[in-house]
Structures are given as C-alpha cells and as structure tokens.
Design a protein around this ligand. Structure first.
Ligand SMILES: [Zn+2]
Length: 451
C-alpha cells in the first residue's frame, strides 16, 4: 500500500482560492502548451459517510486539481493516474477541532500552566512558529480543519492561515478569529499598570467597552484577516448585554463573519442565546434550559470537554459536570462540535494526540460513535462554514480525507490511528508517517498579495 508520495501527489499545488500551479507539467511541457492536470486514484476498502452513518465498500475515488472528481464502486481509473492503495483501510472525511489555540502553548515549566505568564514570556513571532508546528501535529492526527479562537499574540493565527493557504507549509485549513474582543482586561484581572499602560494584556485581547469600540474592534479583526469573531461574553461581571452581542453579530455580518462567545456563566449563556449567537465556547454556562434554546435556534456548542485522562487539566468534580452537561446537550439534540481548547503541553504527546484524547469525554457521556464522528466532521464543517467547499467526500469538494484501520462508526478509538492524510489532493501522511518534505514551497503559490 505504500507509494512514492513524490509522484503520487501529481505535483498539483492547490489552494482554497482555486489558484493552481502544476509543478511537473510546468517542468515537462513546452511553454504555452496546456496539459490535463494529473489524476490521483484512491482504492478505498471502505468509505464512511458520517452524515448518514453509513459505509460504502470497495470504492474508487478520483482526485484532480485538488478536488474530488468521481467516487463509486465502478469508477474507471484513467490511464496514467497515480494509484494509492487504501484497500485495507477505512477512508473518513477530515476531522475538525472547532476550538483550539495553535499559537499558544502554556506548560508546567516555567510558568506552572499560568497562561498569563506565557503571554509575557513568549513573543508573537516565536508563537507563530509554534503554531506552524502545532498545525502539522494536528494534521498528522487527522484534523484537516481547525477553528483557531484567539489567544495568538498579535494575529499569529492569521499569519498561520495565510502561510498554509500560500503553500509555504503543511497544515489544516485554519478558521482564525484574530484577537479575542472583550472589555477592559480581557480574560485577565490585571493591575492598573498592566491594563492602562497596555503592557501585559495586549495584544492578547482587543478592548471594546462601548458600542463604538465594538464596531471598531470587529472591523479591525475583519481587516486583518479573521474568518470568525470571538468575544468574551461574561469574562467580567458586567460583560456584554444582549443588545451589545446583537451589535457584534450585525457588524460581523457586514464582513460575512459569524460570532462565537466565550461563556462562563448561565446569565452570559442566556444573553448569548437570546442575541442569536453562532456558537458558544465552553460548558460552564450550560444547563438543560439553555440547551433547549440552543437546539431550537441551532446554536453550535463548542463545549471544550477536557477528559480526566489529561491529568492536571481537569478535576474529578468538574469532569463529572462536564460529562453530564455533554450528555444533556446530546439528549436535547444541540448541534455538537468537537472542540478541545487544547492549548497546553502534555509531555510525550503531540497537539493532535492531545486533541484526539477528548473522545474519552464523549465516550464517558455515552454518546454513540456515529454521533461523535458527526460532531468531529459534519457539524464541524457547518460551524466552520466550509460545508459547501470542503469536508464531505463528494464530487466538487476539495479533496481532504484521512484513512484508519477499523471502523470509527463502531469504535471511535479507530481515529487514534490515522495512517493516511490527504488535503487539497496532496498526501501529507501515509503508512502512518508524515511526509511533509514535498510540500514546502520556496514561494507563495497563491499570488504574492496574501490576504
Ligand atoms: Zn479557548
């Protein structure tokens, strides 16, 4: 089943905007001669459709120009196609982590997991490089889309998005929020020196206490390349009112952006759902009645349910509540997304391995594997607003998928063993080994004017 990835990728370097550079044809063809883009054919033993919870066996998947062009049992493999044999594996659409912070890694040494200190110790360029590494680690664990929800210094998340879209580096499709918008102090409790002199809170948070400041903050993030807006609903006792949250939503909509609220109280959750927010992060403000409204209004839940197995990052009492609330949300049919908030270092594990560990909480809540997989895929594409361009394994979509032994519809733990990753039609992992060398480009493949 191993193939030479240098040839199998067919040298088509494709990006979200549709720009194309075909390396081998550019080298081989005389200038001006048009050649059809190379075709990659994948023999898949099984293909899972998480939306319907079904499996199709012995499928042929064709990929050209980075997109799926044919899928079926009787699809003919064109002459000259590069063939990838995954007949012993199960092909699954790429996974989504709907809440991570790739340019933030707090740790036991030296900052004792106090991330306020991480902001002081780690500068934005250093964190941006960290984000590149974390992005590769997420991709290796099968996450082809990551919503990056702030706490990334001075827009390191947006630099990461642009670098991946430009083909500089391998990584998931990034949906970045830019700076988290909150009132004075953000999520911190700063001293006057820290807050007023703006030395130790910013740029981690973007300050907006009035309606004018709210409008300006949304426009700033949109200008600098955010794909979603993240706000602190109730990080301070006063927080944002329902009307102020509505203002965030309407101003963001002008830029085509949705709003996620960091929520930590029931009152905050009530204001967020009343305002009709797009998604809610964390589960501290959740209860049965909030869940019922979220289901009715189809507000996405990014509960960031830390498993007890990540020792030091969860307590037994808090975990019991997390599991109970996740179960309650599932019973109420809230749109559930798989979200981790994994922004810390667990010795011996990659960022992707920390993220996949979160399936333990979902299993503890008694949620069936097909529903967990749906949260990790279908609902993830919806909350990321990619469902019409990437995610599902369907003709016309960008060719993103992973392959694992076993069947994640029966045991979600199958996702712990990602053997193969394709994104934009390029192979990033095969035989369980990341193969990034062929994907580093000496220049942007999406034009010089990165936005
Ligand atoms: Zn977070």
């Amino acid at each position: 089943m191993r193939i030479n990835h240098f040839t199998a990728i067919g040298a088509a370097f494709l990006l979200a905007s549709g720009a194309v550079v075909t390396r081998s044809s550019a080298q081989a063809a005389p200038s001006g001669a048009a050649q059809p883009a190379p075709v990659t054919a994948i023999r898949a033993g099984r293909v899972v459709d998480p939306e319907t919870g079904t499996v199709a066996t012995n499928q042929i998947i064709l990929v050209q120009n980075g997109r799926f062009t044919a899928i079926g049992a009787n699809v003919a493999i064109p002459a000259g196609a590069q063939v990838i044999d995954l007949s012993a594996l199960t092909v699954v659409p790429g996974l989504v982590d709907a809440h991570n912070h790739l340019a933030l890694t707090y740790k036991e040494v030296p900052e004792r997991n106090i991330y306020y200190l991480t902001y002081v110790l780690d500068d934005t360029p250093f964190r941006a490089i960290q984000a590149v590494s974390n992005g590769i680690q997420m991709l290796s664990s099968g996450f082809t889309i990551v919503r990056d929800m702030g706490n990334n210094g001075n827009y390191a998340d947006i630099a990461l998005r642009k670098a991946i879209e430009q083909g500089w580096i391998p990584g998931p499709t990034i949906i970045p929020s830019g700076l988290i918008i909150g009132g004075l102090g953000g999520q911190f409790s700063p001293t006057p020196e820290m807050a007023i002199d703006k030395k130790l809170v910013y740029p981690e948070y973007l300050e907006a206490d009035t309606r004018d400041e709210i409008i300006k903050a949304v426009r700033q993030n949109a200008l600098f390349g955010a794909r979603v807006i993240k706000i602190c609903v109730d990080c301070k006792p006063w927080g944002y009112t329902t009307d102020e949250i509505r203002l965030f939503i309407s101003e963001s909509a002008k830029a085509g952006l949705k709003v996620e609220g960091h929520v930590q109280t029931v009152d905050g959750a009530r204001r967020a759902v009343d305002a009709g927010i797009w998604s809610i992060a964390h589960d501290r403000g959740m209860n049965d009645s909030i869940h019922k409204v979220m289901a009715q209004k189809r507000i996405f839940r990014a509960g960031t349910e830390t498993p007890i197995s990540l020792v030091g990052h969860q307590t037994a009492q808090r975990y019991a509540n997390t599991v109970a609330m996740l179960k309650n949300a599932w019973e109420n049919k809230v749109p559930l997304t798989f979200s981790t908030d994994a922004d810390y270092y667990v010795p011996g594990r990659t960022r992707g391995e920390v993220a996949i560990e979160f399936i333990e909480t979902w299993k503890a809540a008694g949620i069936p594997a097909p529903d967990i997989l749906r949260a990790m895929t279908t609902t993830g594409y919806e909350v990321s607003e990619t469902e019409r361009t990437r995610g599902p394994i369907k003709v016309g979509m960008w060719a993103d998928f992973i392959a694992v032994p076993g069947n994640p519809l029966q045991s979600i733990d199958a996702l712990r063993n990602v053997q193969f990753v394709m994104k934009n039609g390029m192979v990033f992992k095969q035989g369980g080994v990341m193969t990034p060398a062929a994907f580093f480009n000496g220049g942007p493949v999406n034009g010089w004017n990165a936005r």
